[in-house]
Design a protein around this ligand. Structure first.
Ligand SMILES: [Zn+2]
Length: 318
């Protein structure tokens, strides 16, 4: 972990500081795996506080389209690689073949993007038509908000250089590790040509095994999409190319996610129907250009905006 002073960015209360201390002293390996904690947060800056009243459809509320995102990869596993498995399922599954996703990559992860297998998978993600984006350029899943300005500049430049070298194009999107950012972090992202994408739905595809059971996966998605529905019905979400993107977050380094991705896709379609949200004809994005336009329209553009973060992280950072 970093030896720099922590908690300099903002005062954090005693209980939160305690939790933070626990988080920061966790074994490095734990950081490499997705946390089970996040729940859901609006992706779009337009997402204000939606009331709890019975949803009324805004005139012309556009059909929803799921914008799939994967954090923390690629995996460097030499066999049964979960990132490869995710790529295979996106390409071919029982719901919609040829799905394209955003991969928020860790370009220098010691167990992933920093290895030959990892770099090869980043190239393949781009070659397969997905949108490769930035998450970290450090051996560990480091918190950008706790970096000095110089260190943050350095890590962002390294990430942009890494991805430009691997894919031939600079990343247009970033997602902050631990969903941790402030106005300075956001300004630094913008200086490096990247817009910040949070999430509407979080698959909670972490390491708490209870929530990995099918029923819990469905209940979680239903609850998160129900929250999103209120903003959608109120016309508070961006519509792009005739559809409302709904950003969903998974972790491609998670073997469980990789093995159950097709089931997750079915659950998304199922809960949308249950909530009577009309789906686009092709309910998952399948063209990189369209995917990128939709993602950019759902980004947080100002540090003054404080959209809720997924569950625990909102409580910790906001
Ligand atoms: Zn992450």
């Amino acid at each position: 972990m970093s030896t720099r002073p922590l908690l300099s960015a903002a005062p954090i209360g005693g209980l939160r500081a305690g939790l933070l201390a626990v988080l920061l002293h966790a074994a490095p390996a734990a950081w490499s795996q997705p946390s089970a904690a996040p729940a859901a947060a609006p992706a779009a800056e337009q997402s204000g506080a939606a009331g709890g009243a019975a949803p009324q459809l805004a005139p012309g509320a556009a059909p929803i389209r799921f914008l799939l995102t994967f954090d923390d990869g690629p995996s460097a596993a030499g066999s049964d690689n979960p990132t490869e498995r995710v790529l295979a399922t996106l390409a071919r599954n029982g719901h919609q073949d040829g799905i394209k996703a955003v991969f928020f990559t860790q370009t220098r992860a010691w167990h992933g993007g920093g290895t030959d297998i990892g770099r090869q998978l980043i190239r393949r993600e781009h070659a397969d038509g997905h949108l490769v984006a930035f998450h970290s350029a450090t051996p560990l899943h480091a918190n950008h908000r706790f970096m000095s300005p110089a260190k943050l500049e350095e890590t962002l430049q390294r990430g942009v250089d890494d991805l430009s070298g691997l894919t031939g194009r600079a990343p247009s999107l970033v997602r902050p590790p631990f969903w941790a950012y402030d106005a300075d972090t956001l300004a630094a992202y913008h200086r490096h040509g990247m817009q910040m994408l949070l999430t509407d739905l979080n698959a909670n595809d972490g390491k708490i095994y209870g929530i990995n059971f099918s029923w819990h996966k469905r209940a979680n998605m239903l609850a998160r999409l129900g929250e999103t529905r209120r903003r959608w019905a109120a016309g508070a979400m961006a519509a792009v190319d005739g559809n409302t993107p709904v950003v969903v977050t998974f972790h491609d380094v998670n073997g469980y996610t990789a093995r159950h991705l097709e089931e997750y896709l079915g659950i998304l379609l199922d809960v949308a129907r249950e909530l009577e949200m009309p789906l686009a004809a092709r309910p998952f994005y399948d063209q990189r250009d369209e995917l990128e336009r939709a993602a950019l329209a759902s980004t947080v553009r100002s540090g003054d905006l404080r959209p809720p973060l997924p569950g625990l992280w909102n409580w910790l950072w906001q």
